[in-house]
Design a protein around this ligand. Sequence first.
Ligand SMILES: O=P(O)(O)OC[C@H]1O[C@](O)(COP(=O)(O)O)[C@@H](O)[C@@H]1O
Ligand SMILES: [Mg+2]
Ligand SMILES: [Mg+2]
Length: 331
Amino acid sequence: MTTPTIDTTHVPPRFRALMLALARGGATLAGVIRRGDDSLSSEVGINNDGDGQKRLDIQADALFRDALRDTGLRWFASEEQAAPLPMQPDGTLALAIDPLDGSSNIDTNVSIGTIFAVYPAEDQAEASFLRPARDLIVGGYIIYGPRCCLVVSFGDGTQIYTLNPDTDSFDLTNPRVVMPDCFFEFAINASNYRYWPRPIRAYIDDCLAGIDGPRERNFNMRWIASLVAEAHRILMRGGIFLYPSDARKGYEKGRLRMLYECAPIAFVIEQAGGRASDGALPILDGAITDLHGRTPMVFGSAEKVDRVAAYHDLPDAEVSALFGHRGLFRA
Ligand SMILES: O=P(O)(O)OC[C@H]1O[C@](O)(COP(=O)(O)O)[C@@H](O)[C@@H]1O
Ligand SMILES: [Mg+2]
Ligand SMILES: [Mg+2]
């Protein structure tokens, strides 16, 4: 059996050990998912955020923690751990991870993923993670789909590596992704419509009105309930994703976590020419104030994300569901 690896030609030297470890962890987890096992989706606990933990959440967390030992990490923070764990005292990097994203899809054989964000390590764990989001130096994800891909940015474009099942190596398959800007497809969990803020409702109303509405064109819709799968589709063919704040208890800032979901996805998307905001302001201009803190998130093609922000600027009367002539907003 070969040790999984990654082509490091285009990886800055200071991140090579880390990327080799993420590739090793990702390829191993891809094998676990591929082989399947009904017990992987059984609920075994509750994490700090109140989310049920599946067996695969726990397994993925342990697997990456082990793989990342001795790779220059000083701190390891995870969705599945209440507090950051110390790694190497002389490490220079702090890594935050969502070891298994989209866990509600484990039992349905739909694409799931891993998301990671790297910051320069400070002496204190807290200072390493609670900081301006734009201090991020590496952001990326692994998607376990029909193909397993590792998508990463080191701050100079976004790269895609694809796992070759014959060699167990992540080969560079796109050195600089450019996100298309012309796909008319939106992704949102529409079952929460009645809880959304009015500007989000107005934006989606106008998409749904299609050719007969102010946008004067038809839209398509997708919702996978797996952030990584959603991000990958949008990276490859454009469109927009929204997880807004809503009126349900506990969803005042949406569902997605700033540190290990929103910031790294925003980084990858921005570096591919797209945009990511909290509805109004860029995600990466925000601050991480809590290890497991949440933020509303909108990302995708730049023009579409800007348009959502413009709906937030409209006077109240104009975002009313009854207002049928938002002439400003033609596609
Ligand atoms: O079930 P909902 O509310 O539509 O939420 C779906 C979202 O929750 C998540 O599954 C949260 O991630 P985890 O599985 O890591 O908790 C995202 O991947 C996805 O976008
Ligand atoms: Mg997640
Ligand atoms: Mg998760």
